[in-house]
Ligand binder design. Structure first.
Ligand code: NAD
Length: 307
């Protein structure tokens, strides 16, 4: 399959590496000069589940690319999605599938402004990654990568993408309700990411604080009420138990938003708690947790001088 990775940071490099090793023709697209030049000169170094490897892989800025692609995986941060969609317009054919595995809410609507519904594949991934230096990343997990076509009549092409990922060891799975999975993942990020970032602690330390049940209850209830308006039922108690299960497994982990702030990078808060606060306000619901968490994360970005 001819594949582009639009946004080749931590996850983009991990997915790109796995798919090229699996026999696909992969091109990385990015805007970060130092990262692009390092990969052009020295190859891409990826440590997958502790095993390091370096490969030669094609990389460039979207504007330099003359090719078109069968499938494009988008791996920008949420706030970079629209810009990337603008920049890759010329690489699309009428059949190019666009896969979005970003964290956050509202992305399907943004993508539908650029891509026909039949070509949009939405999903979530539990693989994780990090950037160690320009051209050097690590990637961890065993899947699954759950995806679903936005048009229920267009399963076939998406199943080919699922099979391709499975063949590359990425554990692709065709989901029957990716909308639910996306909202549930947003609850993970809206609680653990936001609170660990504000409290400067890891997940275990967060789940040991006396206030955690009340905080989780408040945040998840607000997410659940907005999800309901989109036809997604998120049971609050079940979701909180799901969060506790994750906390038990990965307690020592500092969530990615915490790492973004540490690296002085902007957070995705506007597409998580911020989106719930905005939607709640639009619909006349009270959402004090989401609103204040969003304000506090932005205040923290300001203190750190993050633009
Ligand atoms: P990332 O920050 O590593 O990369 C995103 C973009 O930012 C890339 O284009 C990258 O080149 C650029 N970038 C990163 N550091 C830069 C720097 N110092 N200077 C200039 N440009 C820089 O993002 P990611 O972690 O790969 O996440 C992509 C999406 O996937 C997000 O929506 C994220 O929430 C989601 N996600 C991430 C993980 C994870 O473990 N990283 C897990 C699940 C979902």
């Amino acid at each position: 399959m001819k594949i582009a990775i639009a946004g080749s940071g931590a996850l983009g490099c991990g997915f790109g590496y796995m798919m090229q090793k699996g026999g696909n023709d992969v091109t990385l697209l990015d805007f970060w000069d130092e990262h692009i030049n390092t990969i052009k000169e020295n190859g891409l170094s990826v440590t997958v589940n502790g095993k390091e490897d370096t490969i030669n892989i094609s990389i460039g800025k979207p504007e330099e690319i003359k090719d078109t692609f069968d499938t494009i995986f988008i791996f920008t941060k949420s706030m970079g999605l629209r810009h990337m969609l603008e920049e890759i317009k010329h690489t699309l054919t009428e059949d190019t599938k666009v896969v979005c595995l970003l964290n956050g809410l509202g992305h399907a609507n943004t993508i539908s402004e650029y891509i026909p519904k039949k070509n949009i594949i939405m999903g979530t991934t539990v693989w994780t990654g990090g950037l160690d230096a320009p051209g050097k990343t690590h990637f961890m997990g065993e899947g699954p990568v759950e995806v679903q076509n936005s048009d229920e009549n267009e399963e076939e092409g998406t199943r080919q993408v699922v099979q391709m990922m499975a063949d590359c060891g990425l554990n692709g799975v065709y989901s029957s309700n990716v909308h639910f999975t996306t909202w549930r993942k947003a609850c993970v990020n809206g609680t653990m990411n936001a609170l660990c970032s504000l409290l400067d602690c890891n997940i275990k330390e967060l789940f040991d604080v006396a206030q955690i049940d009340e905080l989780n209850q408040g945040i998840v209830s607000e997410f659940s009420r907005v999800a309901e308006t989109e036809g997604v039922t998120l049971d609050v108690e079940e979701t909180i138990n799901y969060l506790k299960g994750i906390a038990e497994k990965v307690g020592g982990h500092y969530p990615s938003m915490h790492q973004d702030l540490k690296n002085k990078r902007p957070t995705e808060i506007d597409f998580l708690n911020g989106m719930v606060a905005k939607e709640s306000e639009r619909r006349g619901f009270e959402a004090p947790y989401s609103k204040q968490i969003t304000q506090l994360i932005h205040a923290k970005e300001d203190i750190l001088g993050i633009k």
